[in-house]
Design a protein around this ligand. Sequence first.
Ligand code: C5J
Length: 217
Amino acid sequence: MPTVDAQPGPFTFQPAETALLVIDMQRDFLLPGGFGESLGNDVAQLRRTIEPLAALMAAWRAAGLPIIHTREGHLPDLSDCPPAKLRRGPMIGQEGRFGKILIRGEYGHDIIDELQPAEGETVVDKPGKGAFHATELAGILDDGGIKSLVVTGVTTEVCVHTTVREANDRGYECLVLADCVGSYFPEFQRVGLQMIAAQGGIFGWVAESPAVIAALK
Ligand code: C5J
């Protein structure tokens, strides 16, 4: 079985039972001039993940393994957006530079050009931060016999953490790739990764993508 040098120790996975999860690599979060930047964030902190993630996705596809993409967003009438979320995110549904912010079907809601899903890959639309809440993800993983997840995407301390914490509770072994996850806040990135692997891997493992690519060969 492939083994990856990771924190807090080696991560071993059965390729046939492992999916690559790519969380919310959406234009609204990553494009200069988009929603994320309009909130005062430095999108370069997220954009540094694009190149390593593209290389990882290419290697993952070459190995014939499944990739699942997620997108955070809402129906145009916002009926799936809890009022509490909207109160703290009043820009959701408003017109932005790339269409209505975080609304399904809008240009900004979709995945960036560099990491577009390939034909046949699954895209899970989620209204929350976690990828399990109000989505079909659990069934997709069950149907595919998936037991381990290699987790990438943005943002480290929000949607990546929420998803990995729940995946861990649901019994999945999660490897988070430090160079393929990003936060607008460097200190959250650093501490967010430390939190995952702390205490003997309290809810997962952390490694770098070249180690996974090497393990796939
Ligand atoms: C946020 C996300 N940060 N994908 N979304 O609102 O992490």
